[in-house]
Write a protein that binds this ligand. Structure first.
Ligand code: RFL
Ligand code: PHB
Length: 389
């Protein structure tokens, strides 16, 4: 089989890129190791920046998102007693949208057949070949048959654990990494959110986040030690903990309900330089990870895809290769700024086991400063809504 572009991974990066390329008439195929249901079952991002909603609009796939997504004009930072509202609408003239990654991915998956975007689910042993040469190809196994696709370019959209990044020789790369000494325990439940806007709280019992998916579906997280397992957290224990942290600082207090999903995710900052090797381009979590505190991961994946899709389309439609040449510099410049903001908010809002009382007082002093300083609030707001492309 011959295609212009092979896209590895049918997460948000791969599906957005696939649709954008098909819309411009580029011949591409998406290879996904898992089933569609498995991909949709991963509960992840909830907050979309304009960069992400704009791509859905450009694709004409924003109908359900506009109807069901919740426009958020502000969010809150709290220290257990007080809530500091960051009025992003007033400070930046912009907003973010609460619309789950699951729903966004479902919209992209559902539209694929109509738009002639071929997605192969259950593609095993995806392997990249000759990425350095003029004629790269990808092989995969499906139903015991090995398939080979000859391509011009490969887009590695296969997340942190996929094969694309690993196909780049170690001599060509630099890695930057920070692991945090805690994870987030998350719960999703069909109960009304405790507050109309998100609250990130650094209280005496540690970090907690009150988020949502809709007026009737809540998403909460708390910071837990890396040694904790899900078995350590029966639902009742988690609801008790959430009530202690949010009842004093939220509009309605925490409503309990049966968990639709619970999971623990480790927190990490990671950047892989290079995002291009020969005819392979990396995008999204395949190239970088941010801790979820700034809600930046999916939105960075979207900005990578905005740059990469423009570059590939210019190459095919006008023979203009300049976007492909500048892809990695443009993408990394935005990535590093989002890494900084996510790292800053993670440090400000969590209890680090190695920190003493002095570091905690520094956090309180910083929150005091944020509460009193419109300049600080503006800086936080412009980062939270997303820096310009
Ligand atoms: P994904 O979503 O990991 O998709 C990669 C896809 O590649 C497939 N794959 C393979 N396919 C073929 N062959 C192989 N060998 C393969 N290996 C892997 C995988 O099955 C998968 O389908 O990466 P992508 O598309 O780059 O998207 C990135 C986002 O998923 C991620 O950055 C966000 O979820 C991060 N994130 C958040 N981002 C936000 O912008 N806002 C948020 O509010 C937000 N909250 C979060 C988050 C991530 C979280 N976790 C669990 C990590 C909250 C959490 C808890
Ligand atoms: C979520 O709703 O899952 C969510 C919201 C904000 C974050 C991270 C996750 O910063």
């Amino acid at each position: 089989m011959k295609r212009q572009v092979a896209i590895i991974g049918a997460g948000p990066s791969g599906m957005l890129l696939g649709h954008l390329l098909r819309q411009a008439g580029v011949d591409c195929i998406v290879l996904e190791r898992q089933s569609a249901d498995y991909v949709l079952g991963r509960i992840r991002a909830g907050v979309l920046e304009t960069v992400t909603t704009d791509l859905m609009r450009q694709l004409g796939l924003d109908g359900r998102m506009n109807a069901e997504g919740m426009i958020e004009g502000g969010f809150n930072l709290a220290d257990g007693e007080r809530r500091i509202r960051i009025d992003i609408e007033a400070l930046t003239g912009r907003h973010v949208m609460v619309y789950g990654q699951t729903e966004l991915t479902r919209d992209l998956m559902d539209a694929a057949p109509d738009r002639d975007l071929e997605v192969i689910y259950g593609a095993d042993a995806v392997t990249l070949h000759d990425i350095d040469g003029e004629a790269p190809f990808v092989t995969y196994v499906k139903d015991r048959d090995t398939h080979r696709i000859e391509v011009d370019f490969i887009a590695g959209c296969d997340g942190f654990h996929g094969p694309s990044r690993k196909a780049i020789p170690g001599s060509a790369v630099r890695e930057f990494e920070r692991e945090y000494p805690f994870g987030w325990l998350g719960i999703l439940a069909d109960v009304p959110p405790c507050h109309s806007e998100l609250i990130y709280s650094n209280g005496p019992r540690g970090f907690a986040l009150a988020s949502m998916r809709s007026p009737s579906r809540s998403r909460y997280y708390i910071q837990v030690p890396l040694t904790d397992r899900l078995e350590d957290w029966p639902e009742s224990r988690l609801w008790d903990e959430l009530a202690l942290r949010f009842d004093p600082i939220s509009e309605r207090g925490v409503t309990r309900g049966a968990a639709l999903e619970m999971s623990i995710a480790p927190l990490r900052s990671y950047v892989f330089e290079t995002m291009r090797h020969g005819r392979l381009f990396l995008a999204g979590d395949a190239a970088h990870i941010v801790p979820p505190t700034g809600a930046k991961g999916l939105n960075l994946a979207a900005s990578d895809i905005a740059y990469l899709s423009q570059a590939l389309i210019a190459h095919y439609s006008k023979g203009d290769g300049s976007g492909l040449e500048s892809y990695q510099d443009r993408a990394l410049s935005r990535v590093w700024k989002a890494e900084r903001f996510s790292w800053y908010l993670t440090k400000l809002m969590h209890r680090f086991p190695e920190d003493g009382t002095f570091e905690h007082r520094m956090q309180i002093a910083e929150l005091d400063y944020v509460a009193a300083s419109p300049a600080m609030q503006e800086s936080i707001a412009e980062n939270y809504v997303g820096l310009p492309l």
